[in-house]
Design a protein around this ligand. Structure first.
Ligand code: MSP
Length: 484
């Protein structure tokens, strides 16, 4: 089972290129696992509680739930337009999720991992996180959040703490010995968080943060939004019902800004309730626009609803240039350059040549047997693709798919079937296209299915695509019309 998750997004703003990227990346991983024969489950959704949401809803003159019901439409619509095949869209206001959060809080309390205390410190409500002064920016007598560069608030209140520090050695050992954070370079950053680990305040007084899940053992408090949110990864698959074991452990796709929550706090919470740690945490960087961080105040945010007509070039670019190892810049020149140079000139061109000739031979019904040399070459691409996928080398995987079509172009050019009318050569060419299109599926699923349909083939896991089938060719469309 390949269970993959996205972070659940704060719906105080509409989805943009950043949230789109995380979601496309998770969808890509799900679909790749699918063509390599795995069963899959993709969970995405919304993080709907907390102070920030409450505040935003009120600023919009709405009740929280009314505001959320409107905002969730933007996300569902965006993911539908961008071909996101999620299995569940979870909202933390869903009843089953709320029940799970209460159940877990009760268990943690019974097990003695929660104790009462007082919190004093600086809080950034945009991050929904407390910061020690050592991590804040100090300027002219004031402290600023290192992520948002906005002034943080001093907070002093009664709360409940979760005994994270009891598991300090355990988590340190886990991070040092189990390579589950990708890219591996994040290890030191995580060990840094562990060194300064403190117990976590997990409750908010209801009079300050009423919009949240009530703490089951003290009705004067709501559960800290991050604990509430992280638990979606379990409630989304039916926990505590045994069914969750069919899916767990998960591959979490996250941005680098929420690493501490996922790599330190989350595994400890899981340990406390006797659930094993995540399988992998894939951490990606940020997308910038003309080198600048996207932000409302700079008015440079690219919202998904503005680019519904550009699904193919955008999805391709996000994966081809995936901001995983480092931050990446989103530029339209590059989006179109990759589209024209690789999708149109290589993949689309190869497909058009092969299918156009196919239509002219034997009424487009092409039978044959795969040539062992071609088969060897294809097996090489598949083996390489699988290992790139397993190592989360996303751009390299995309380049690998382009290489299959380059191979197709070369093979076609060398054998000159348009002169010889050799059906065997055509069959082999179509076979290469079939494998290439199946490998393209995780990147551009709808194009892949449409193009396979043109040659009379259904999308199937790669192993089954190696069965010998007759091709029935239909009128071939231009898959990727050039964009000027
Ligand atoms: N609600 C929390 C996540 C809880 S998960 C249990 C949250 N939400 S968020 O909406 O602020 O961010 C969600 C994800 O979007 C994060 O992984 C963040 O890194 C990502 N991105 C937001 N802006 C981004 C870019 N400009 N570029 C790439 N990803 C960015 O955090």
């Amino acid at each position: 089972m390949f269970y993959v998750t996205t972070p659940i997004y704060y719906p105080n703003d509409k989805p943009h290129i950043g949230s789109l990227f995380t979601t496309v990346l998770a969808d890509f991983l799900k679909r790749t696992a699918e063509i390599f024969g795995d069963e899959t489950f993709l969970l995405t959704g919304l993080d709907e509680h907390g102070y920030k949401l409450y505040k935003t809803a009120r600023e919009n003159g709405k009740e929280p739930l009314e505001f959320l019901d409107e905002m969730q439409k933007y996300f569902r619509e965006a993911w539908e337009k961008y071909w996101i095949a999620y299995n569940r869209f979870i909202r933390t206001t869903d009843k089953d999720h709320e029940e799970v959060v209460k159940y877990v809080m009760e268990r943690l309390y019974e097990k003695g991992y929660i104790y009462q205390g007082k919190y004093e410190g600086y809080y950034c409500y945009r991050c929904e996180a407390f910061y020690p002064t050592s991590r804040l920016i100090y300027k002219d007598g004031k402290y600023y959040c290192p992520v948002h560069l906005k002034e943080v608030e001093w907070m002093s209140e009664d709360t409940y703490y979760l005994k994270l520090t009891e598991f300090k050695d355990w988590i340190k050992n886990l991070i040092e010995n189990k390579d589950f954070i990708i890219p591996r370079g994040y290890k030191n950053e995580v060990l840094g968080y562990i060194n300064e680990l403190e117990d976590l305040s997990i409750a908010r007084p209801k009079e300050r943060v009423p919009w949240g899940i009530e703490l089951p053992f003290d009705k004067n408090y709501t559960v800290y939004v991050w604990i509430d949110a992280l638990l979606n990864y379990l409630s989304g698959i039916g926990y505590p019902n045994e069914i969750y074991k069919k899916y767990w452990p998960a591959v979490h796709v996250i941005g680098k800004d929420i690493l501490k929550f996922h790599a330190v706090i989350w595994p400890i919470v899981l340990k406390m309730i006797d659930v094993e740690p995540p399988k992998k945490i894939l951490v990606h960087g940020f997308w910038t626009v003309k080198g600048l961080k996207m932000s409302k105040s700079l008015k440079n945010v690219i919202y998904v609803e503005e680019i519904y007509d550009k699904v193919i070039p955008v999805r391709y670019f996000l994966l081809r240039n995936a901001a995983i190892e480092k931050d990446s810049d989103f530029s339209w020149e590059e989006v179109y350059a990759f589209y024209n140079n690789e999708l149109a000139d290589i993949i689309g061109n190869a497909f058009k040549r092969v299918t156009s000739l196919g239509l002219k031979i034997n009424n487009g019904i092409i039978r044959g047997l795969i040539d062992p040399e071609v088969l060897d070459e294809l097996n090489k691409y598949i083996k390489e693709g699988k290992s790139l996928f397993e190592d989360f080398k996303v751009p390299q995987y995309v380049i690998g798919v382009v290489k299959v079509f380059k191979f197709l172009n070369e093979y076609f050019q060398e054998k000159e079937p348009w002169k010889t009318k050799d059906e065997k050569v055509l069959y082999n060419s179509l076979f290469i296209a079939k494998i290439g299109l199946t490998l393209l599926y995780p990147i551009l699923p709808e194009v892949s299915k449409k193009a396979l349909d043109v040659i009379g083939i259904k999308l199937k896991p790669l192993e089954q695509q190696f069965l010998q089938e007759t091709f029935y060719i239909k009128e071939s469309p231009i898959l990727f019309p050039k964009i000027k």
